[in-house]
Design a protein around this ligand. Structure first.
Ligand code: OAD
Length: 241
């Protein structure tokens, strides 16, 4: 199998999607058996959906909290934590996953660009998000302790902006390490921006780009220099030189 050359100064940016958690037993989003099957995305993952039926939204994310708490990080998550141990500050992991498995595997330089499943925040006031492992399957729905309005999961929903500081961090990693940077996307279908655009940004700053995916989407894969087809838990432990 191919191996990624990582020199003594190489900076590595990794972007993960739902595929890296599949071998832990968590469903991905798209396709048969996916998390969106049986749901209209905008009903459970948009501010409008929450305004229309907060209980449905909380049921969806409560089920996901239960599933994520019941599983363990897999060999793919662990391989990335080990790589970070070796590289230290020459490593950045931007994950679209909200399941917390990277941190549980030991990754530290992680930015959760789509939010955190185990955090809640007020839908109205500006109190910061807080850790919340509870499930809300039945009424009453949770309320903000400060202003009394509805609490919501701290997830970036469709139609909402990502934290610009996260996006800047990714861009600066490419920019600051121009010429000696490797970008690796893992287990993502490349359908949701801005994460799907990281590969183009990486290339514009001269990074070498890799995609690791069990069933890479053709058009997305065409934008990478190298594509490794396979399960991330099997591929990643062998991929880093
Ligand atoms: P998707 O469900 O769109 O894609 C999952 C990818 O993982 C697919 O390309 C699969 O081929 C691949 N895959 C499955 N099992 C794998 C394995 N064992 N090893 C490697 N790859 C595997 O999930 P994402 O691309 O993460 O957003 O979806 C992006 C965003 O869209 C999510 O963060 C979510 C969703 O709507 C929000 O909830 C805001």
């Amino acid at each position: 199998m191919d191996r990624i050359e990582i020199g003594p100064k190489t900076f590595v940016v990794v972007a993960t999607g739902a595929g890296i958690s599949a071998e832990s037993g968590l469903a991905t989003f798209r396709g048969a058996g996916g998390l969106w099957e049986g749901h209209r995305v905008e009903e459970v993952a948009s501010p409008e959906g929450f305004a229309a039926d907060a209980q449905l939204v909380w049921r969806f994310y409560s089920e996901r909290r239960k599933s994520a708490l019941a599983v363990e990080p897999n060999a793919g998550h662990l391989a990335l934590a080990k790589l970070e141990e070796k590289l230290g500050d020459r490593f950045l992991l931007a994950t679209q996953n909200v399941d917390g498995l990277h941190r549980r595997a030991g990754s530290k330089r992680v930015i959760a660009i789509h939010g955190e499943l185990f955090e809640s925040r007020c839908a109205q006031c500006f109190e910061p998000p807080f850790e919340d492992k509870q499930t809300y399957l039945e009424p009453p729905m949770p309320k903000c302790q400060v202003c009394g309005m509805a609490l919501r999961p701290n997830i970036v929903w469709f139609g909402e902006a990502l934290d610009h500081r996260h996006l800047r961090q990714v861009r600066e990693a490419f920019e600051d390490h121009r010429g000696d940077c490797v970008f690796i996307a893992i287990g993502t279908s490349g359908q949701v921006y801005p994460a799907a655009g990281f590969v183009d940004q990486a290339r514009s700053f001269g990074a070498k780009t890799w995609l690791v995916d069990l069933d890479p989407a053709h058009e997305f894969a065409a934008r990478f220099h190298h594509v490794v087809r396979g399960k991330s838990g099997e591929v990643l432990p062998q991929l880093f030189g």
